[in-house]
Design a protein around this ligand. Sequence first.
Ligand SMILES: Cc1cc2nc3c(=O)[nH]c(=O)nc-3n(C[C@H](O)[C@H](O)[C@H](O)COP(=O)(O)OP(=O)(O)OC[C@H]3O[C@@H](n4cnc5c(N)ncnc54)[C@H](O)[C@@H]3O)c2cc1C
Length: 457
Amino acid sequence: MATLVLLQKDLREFDNPALYNASRRQKPIIIVHVMEKRLGSASKWWLCESLRLFRQQLNESAITLLHLSDSADIQTMFEYLNDRIEIETIYSNGLDFELPDDMANIHESFMANLIFEPQDMTKEFKIFTPFWKFIRANCSPVKPLSNPEWNRKNHHVDIEFDEYNELPMMTGDTNWWNKMTPYWKIGEKAAQQRFKLFVKTKLSDYDYKRDFFCEDGTSKLSPHLRFGEISVRQMYDQLNIKKSNERYCAELGWREFAYHVYRNHPDLTKIPLNPKYRNFWPEFNDDHLKAWKTGNTGYPVIDAAMRNLWATGWMHNRLRMLVASFLVKNLLIPWQHGEEWFYDCLVDADPAVNPFSWQWVAGCGTDSVPYFRIFNPMLQGEKFDPQGIYVREWLPELVDFPTKRNIHQDMFKQPNLRPNNYPAPIIDFKSSRERTLSTFKAIVASKVINLKKPRLA
Ligand SMILES: Cc1cc2nc3c(=O)[nH]c(=O)nc-3n(C[C@H](O)[C@H](O)[C@H](O)COP(=O)(O)OP(=O)(O)OC[C@H]3O[C@@H](n4cnc5c(N)ncnc54)[C@H](O)[C@@H]3O)c2cc1C
């Protein structure tokens, strides 16, 4: 009689309710990681390494970790395991697919990915501030659990599982993901170290430095949170006791809010929350989309950010806002194209936070940026990268741009300053801004006509 633990976004031992409860049962344990339905390429790279390390970690306690590459095959896998060792109970921390009845009947699901239990939220909120106020005042943050206590004699399963033993591996062209390797340390131990170091060295300046993309002022914990290598409940529990950590806790709150919205609107990835935007999007220029993806728009901040994303799998929050605004509000390209590209390139690509944030920037989400707020990449660059350190780091074409000049502004005013090998702007900022303002103004003023299905007499 064994316990089966199904994991997806929760690759840690500390504060892992499914593992913690399984360990308390003192029965043999089999852990199976089930591939998520929506995974981008960069996050797949992260996952492969994270799983390899997690298996190593669990092996030290003689615990078995298997892998299922497609959740559609869950029943077959269950029968395979049941033939070898009878499964009595199944635990998980939530799954992105339905279990067949015979499994569902013995399944218990816990929550591990959020600070507050979603079912404690009795109403739907559309605006962040009242949501965050309400949840903090009326719900209790979930307290983190300790590590599971493994007991080799009771928990170890002495069976070879040839069928589901292989972990996923990256194949094909190694160039693109090898580039990301130097930037990251993956896994639970690395996540704990990063958190500790951030609290010790950067948290006190976070409020001030968090917007300066030329500085390393944020925690970069997002991919660890994405794969559950660190518990958000542990972070909140440790930080929420100090008033000065309010700003950082509020960022974790935005993550909670994105999940709140996603829970109420699971089609967030495709469908604008604001119905006025549902049937609108004009034809767009494919070359513009390509230039945006490859960092060749001729706008230094936009290009540096997009090349930074390609090379490292990560981008600073302010830059995410700028490049998203540029795509949607200057190039007038549907936000779904940006969402997809981000999802494929980000190591932290999150099924709730990514579409939520894209809708937020595009103005069609909830508590969104108003349509008339269009970020100016030249001014933003000047403000948050005043010496051009960031753009020079990612754009070799601009390395020799004279330091006494304003790298964000001057080549737009004096085109002869633009290096020959750096592209001319693909669009004029001022006129594209005006075009968008008039287009979006018309959308906002429009009436939504809800066509009802004709009823059969
Ligand atoms: C267009 C767009 C797409 C985005 N896509 C993602 C995504 O796929 N995955 C993702 O985790 N974040 C996404 N974000 C939110 C945010 O940019 C990242 O969470 C943040 O940059 C991660 O860096 P950090 O860990 O250093 O953040 P920190 O500033 O150190 O913040 C700590 C944690 O708080 C959470 N957080 C911070 N800012 C936000 C925010 N605005 N919304 C929700 N949670 C936040 C993250 O979990 C983050 O790790 C997106 C933002 C935009 C504008």
